[in-house]
Design a protein around this ligand. Structure first.
Ligand code: TZP
Ligand code: MG
Length: 228
């Protein structure tokens, strides 16, 4: 299948380790969020063995396909290949972009985490499909983040990649929720480039009603009321 046109508006990153799932299961929470309007899902599981990860990914892929939403695997090119899902998300300490591209081919989606202008330019030049820019705000969901860059840091990266002529798509990540989403989108808007969406863990995964949370969040991304 040729690389699909991806809508990055509301990008859900999963996490089953936070105790936020309670007695709910991952698949049920993800499916509810898809009903609410999530447009991309990343399976991010930092525990468990490879076999468990492959079967989780396979189950999730059956669900995301029904919603025509791409499933990306965090860190693990091998798992994405095994499952035949739409791509991967890699950080600066994971497999290098060129190697991931060689393994996955031109039609799979590869996203890269960046927190500096240099990392962003390198990822764009290397053919990343999108950048995950962050960490915007400190978040209990990921405590080992190297850089908290704030909205100003995101905007600086957008400005420089636009100046360099890259049209790589972008989302930002870290501490985004219903109350700050609009402000972050507004503050991260650069003259020639705005964000294509936001990536979120807890504001969806931990919500009592993930479907309603996703519906509200995607509405705020797509149709922001005038900023005051
Ligand atoms: N990368 C940078 S911050 C983060 C990741 C995976 C976690 C974001 O989680 P939350 O709950 O949306 O703040
Ligand atoms: Mg990683």
């Amino acid at each position: 299948m040729a690389k699909p046109q991806v809508d990055y508006a509301l990008y859900l990153v999963t996490d089953s380790t936070l105790g936020i799932l309670g007695d709910r299961d991952l698949n049920g929470v993800v499916e509810a969020s898809l009903k609410g309007g999530v447009t991309v899902v990343q399976l991010r599981e930092k525990t468990g063995d490879t076999g468990q990860l492959v079967s989780k990914a396979r189950e999730l892929h059956q669900i995301t396909r029904r919603y025509n939403v791409p499933l990306l695997i965090n860190d693990r090119v091998d798992v994405a290949l095994a499952v035949g899902c739409e791509g991967v998300h890699i950080g600066q300490d994971d497999m290098e972009l060129a190697a991931a591209r060689r393994l996955l081919g031109p039609d799979k989606i590869i996203g890269v985490t960046v927190s500096t202008v240099e990392e962003a330019l390198r990822a764009c030049e290397g053919g990343a499909d999108y950048l995950g820019i962050g960490t915007v705000y400190a978040t209990p969901t990921k405590t080992n983040t190297k850089e908290i860059i704030g909205a100003a840091g995101v905007r600086g990266i957008l400005e420089r990649i636009a100046e360099a002529g890259h049209n790589t798509q972008t989302v930002c990540i870290g501490g985004i929720n219903e109350s700050n989403l609009q402000r972050i989108m507004f503050q991260c808007h650069a003259a020639k480039k705005s964000l294509d969406g936001v990536a979120i863990v807890s504001a969806i995964m931990a919500a009592q009603d993930p479907e309603a949370a996703a519906r509200k969040l995607v509405g705020l991304v797509r149709d922001p009321p005038p900023f005051v």
